[in-house]
Design a binder for this molecule. Structure first.
Ligand SMILES: Cc1cc2nc3c(=O)[nH]c(=O)nc-3n(C[C@H](O)[C@H](O)[C@H](O)COP(=O)(O)OP(=O)(O)OC[C@H]3O[C@@H](n4cnc5c(N)ncnc54)[C@H](O)[C@@H]3O)c2cc1C
Ligand code: FES
Length: 331
């Protein structure tokens, strides 16, 4: 999504590089045709994988190599150097891998390798459950369902979410999408067809009210019951809602869901001034996003400096000045 479209940088790896240019433990950015490729050397082994994180395009050349994995420097997705597989959130899609050859103290990158399906994880000697129910349609619930299918779980998967939207990239709701700089199709973690194609029974507007552990069923708010063999609770967290007078006015918003974000965007088209309550990550991201919509923004919070508790006073002052330079007023 955030990939650069300029000329690929670094040496042409098809032409080859000297082995001495890639010391043990080192990384090197090059290209094969138009594609940026990252070479990683671990002892006698050399890996060639896509250089751009499949989440939001983080530069893996700046990431950390830990054993046979590379971690993205931006949000710490983790990829297998041998297979390109995304081992940890927030990335789900794998990286491409290329074959590597060593001749006469030179390294050559060859063909892009065919993707092999992920190996089924050794589930131990226990019985495989027939039906897994996941409560929650956030990133965690989604990742669980996606990983089960990727690792060849054959049983039934039901995802129950009390949200009206399929799993979304929630962090983007306070950033580019709110600022009007990201298209709507960036927001769903996967298209709706993903769920039917992977036989994941995603049920939206399904509010789980209780669990009947004895009969192994979850009970929805409307009384409907869904049986499970294994149950995963991935219900996430809720924002702190203020109980002060006026908080229930229609033009007072909370930012959590896709629908919340769309409501704020709609309001922002006519609003002249916004007050953001809270001066930590999400509050300040919202302030920045709304400023780029040319709205007057005031941030109100009890702390003396924004994010001081997390970042310390010096960083907090830096952050405050940066926002003030962009027109945010702090109270
Ligand atoms: C605006 C915003 C910006 C953020 N930015 C960042 C960021 O930049 N970096 C970062 O690391 N994190 C960020 N976060 C935090 C990140 O989004 C969360 O850590 C992440 O969403 C947690 O995922 P989760 O699946 O555990 O829970 P959630 O995303 O909270 O999902 C929980 C799901 O459970 C459902 N649910 C809850 N109760 C029930 C019930 N009783 N029955 C049925 N379904 C239920 C909910 O509808 C939801 O679908 C941000 C969060 C917000 C709101
Ligand atoms: S861009 Fe790599 S983890 Fe987000």
């Amino acid at each position: 999504m955030a990939e650069g479209h300029g000329k690929p940088s670094g040496p042409d790896l098809v032409e080859g590089i000297a082995l001495s240019d890639l010391p043990d433990g080192g990384k090197l950015l090059g290209h094969c045709g138009d594609e940026q490729v990252l070479l990683v050397r671990r002892g006698a082994e050399i890996f060639a994988i896509g250089a751009t994180c499949t989440h939001y395009g983080g530069p893996l050349v700046d990431g950390l190599v830990v054993e046979d994995t590379v971690r993205c420097p931006w949000h710490h997705a983790c990829f297998d150097l041998r297979t390109g597989e995304a081992l940890r959130a927030p990335a789900f899609s794998p990286l491409a891998c290329w074959s590597v050859e060593q001749r006469d103290d030179r390294i050559f990158v060859g063909e892009k390798r065919k993707r092999t399906a992920a190996k089924p994880r050794n589930g131990g000697s226990g019985q495989v459950p027939e039906k897994i129910v996941i409560v929650g349609g956030g990133a965690a619930g989604f990742a669980a369902a996606e990983t089960l299918r990727r690792e060849h779980y054959q049983g039934s998967i039901v995802m129950l979410s009390n949200d009206e939207a399929p799993p979304v990239d929630r962090p983007n709701l306070s950033k580019d999408y709110l600022a009007g700089k990201a298209p709507e199709d960036w927001i769903p973690l996967r298209r709706e067809s993903f769920y039917s194609k992977n036989d994941i029974d995603l049920r939206l507007n399904a509010d789980v009210a209780s669990i009947d552990a004895r009969s192994r069923e979850v009970v929805l708010a409307d009384g409907a019951r869904t049986a499970y063999d294994k149950l995963l609770l991935a219900t996430g967290a809720e924002p702190v809602r203020l109980t002060i007078q006026g908080a229930d006015q229609p033009h007072v918003h909370t930012l959590r869901s896709f629908a919340d974000c769309k409501a704020i965007i709609e309001r922002a088209t006519t609003a002249r001034r916004a007050v953001v309550l809270g001066a930590s990550f999400i509050g300040l991201e919202v302030a920045a996003a709304l400023r780029s919509r040319e709205i007057e923004v005031h941030v109100v919070a009890p702390e003396k400096r924004p994010m001081e508790r997390i970042m310390g006073p010096q960083m907090a002052d830096f952050i405050r000045i940066l926002h003030e330079e962009n027109g945010v007023v702090f109270h």
